[in-house]
Design a binder for this molecule. Structure first.
Ligand code: FPP
Length: 246
């Protein structure tokens, strides 16, 4: 099932994606921006299926950042509706296929009906093992790290933890991604080369792949290219020689 030119021993376990370029894709086709998001959602669904087929155990997608509220109200409303509609429509099939769904970010600011669907999908799929699909919504990394600091500070204030005992593991336990391995590979589409406040702590040693392809056009062939690029890299994790297999 894996393309023969990919090494099955070096398939990344966790892939993160910044799905950029939906608006530009739509504009180029003479369509409203929201048509780009609709197509982008299809691309994401295809990628999830491809990851599952190729034995990738986790996929994390940046769907809405804490900064995205500044977009036109109609676009924000459309995205919220799209998330909810997709969840209602796709949940049962994803569940059947063994997908575990998680949402990360400050979900409390989202429409109540969306929050309900999110909670339901997370609970229902909690024990699924085929692939862990995480969607970041109203997510910002600085916000996540600040929240973790606040929680740890409270533990110290309550006398449950000494300041000396605060270490990286403890901080990590207070991030949204507590039960997830860090991404091995980040893919960002549409030619932008920045992290935009996405998983800053978690991606300390993640390999980065940037492509000019707009997100709605990011198909299996494009993903295959990204994995080929990843497999050529020598992951050293700050050491001289790679000791940890990719
Ligand atoms: C970035 O493109 C894309 C978004 C902000 C929205 C991404 C959301 C989806 C693809 C829907 C996914 C659905 C689920 C359920 C997770 P852009 O609008 O910034 O494009 P531009 O840079 O060309 O303007």
């Amino acid at each position: 099932m894996i393309p023969p030119d990919l090494d099955p021993q070096k398939i990344p376990q966790h892939i993160a994606v910044i799905m950029d370029g939906n608006g530009r894709w739509a504009t180029r086709q003479g369509l409203p921006r929201i048509a780009g998001h609709r197509q982008g959602a299809r691309t994401l669904k295809e990628l999830l299926r491809c990851c599952k087929d190729w034995g990738i155990k986790a996929l994390t997608a940046y769907a809405f950042s804490t900064e995205n509220w500044q977009r036109p109200i109609e676009e924000v409303d459309f995205l919220m509706l799209l998330f909810e509609r997709l969840l209602r429509r796709e949940l049962s099939q994803m569940h059947r296929e063994g997908v575990r769904i998680s949402f990360i970010g400050d979900l409390s600011a989202l429409p109540k009906s969306l929050q309900t669907e999110m909670e339901r999908s997370m609970t229902e799929t909690l024990n699924n093992q085929a692939i862990h699909f995480t969607v970041a919504v109203n997510y910002g990394s600085r916000n996540e790290i600040t929240r973790a600091c606040r929680q740890v500070a409270e533990l110290v204030q309550q006398g449950k933890l000494s300041a000396d005992a605060v270490n990286e593991d403890i901080v990590e336990q207070h991030l949204y991604t507590v039960d997830t391995q860090p991404p091995d590979l980040l893919i960002r589409t549409s030619g932008e080369m920045r992290l935009s406040n996405f998983l800053l702590w978690q991606m300390a040693y993640t390999e980065m792949y940037f492509t000019d392809i707009l997100w709605p056009d990011f198909d299996r062939a494009a993903f295959h290219q990204a994995l080929l690029s990843y497999q050529k890299r020598d992951r050293r994790f700050g050491q001289v020689k790679a000791l940890i297999p990719a």
